[in-house]
Ligand binder design. Sequence first.
Ligand code: WQD
Length: 337
Amino acid sequence: MKVLVTGGLGFIGSHTVVELQNEGFEVVIIDNLSNSSEKVMDGIVAITGKKPIFEKMDLRDKADVVDFFKRHSDITGVIHFAASKAVGESVENPLLYYENNINTLVYVLQQLQEKAEANFIFSSSCTVYGEAEKMPITEDAPVQVAMSPYGNTKQIGEEIITETCKVSSINAILLRYFNPIGAHPSAEIGELPIGVPQNLVPFITQTGIGMRAQLSVYGNDYPTPDGTCIRDYIHVVDLAKAHVVALQRLLNKKNVDKVETFNLGTGTGSSVLEVIQAFEKVSGKPLPYRIVDRREGDIISAYANTDKANNILGWKAQSTLEDGLASAWKWEQKIRS
Ligand code: WQD
């Protein structure tokens, strides 16, 4: 069974390609390499021994997308990761985000809606919930006004998919990720942030390896037990496996609705200070940090209610925060060695 993975050389995409290959799928990757490199392909092959088909392409070029689906007319399953994902950048350059995250989605869906049957897995984000009232967050928590153009593109993307599925043969599953961290245990693939990492865990591992002098903790005056923000940090391999389970659900026609939504988290919230303590435990070294002002746009707390993913999708995260941090640390040491 041939499956298209857009953004398949990216952080979550590459880990999902590995898990798809482990389940016997033939994988075709489209990636424009704007936030990844072809070296990631070597890592995938080192893990699975199987080389996916790779086409360097920018999904913003509609003619290229049309041509691709003509050449791969047997593709009816798509896992769509390709998108820009930096919250701060999206505030500075909203049109880049609306073009890259929305136009590309439309072009891929336009090709799928021509088929007798199509299955579509969408990379969404807990960011659609904004500052949710109730913890843990369930899938029926209200989608709040987006805090950034990035978050808005995820909300709009979900709406586009839902409306398209109503009038076409496409079935879809929207996967709302909490905070993906870590790397494949082999340390053959992992996160490759460009420039100064915006996310907590890659900044921590780069501080641990000595690339950064110290971590800045963005505020410790939040209404939480230790004053720092709480998030649900999920191992990227657990997240990748959820995509395969979701695709198989559609292929086996187990879906109850044409569009289903699942939160992908561990169900456990961890504060920034707890992440630091966990990292010090797995690395065996103290992590230099200082408390600074809050970061604009940060929400206080977000962690998942995982009942629906566990009981309906039939997937449950297996790894702990420490597992995720240990794999991230092993990866950081590998790429800096
Ligand atoms: C986590 C916590 C920070 C860096 C973002 C996107 C979300 C998703 C995941 C794409 C927060 C604190 C961070 C640092 C810190 N991305 N922090 N010092 O903001 O929860 O989510 O990435 O889908 O859409 O919004 O993740 O890792 O940036 O921050 O104190 O140097 O760590 O304040 O409390 P976030 P994050």
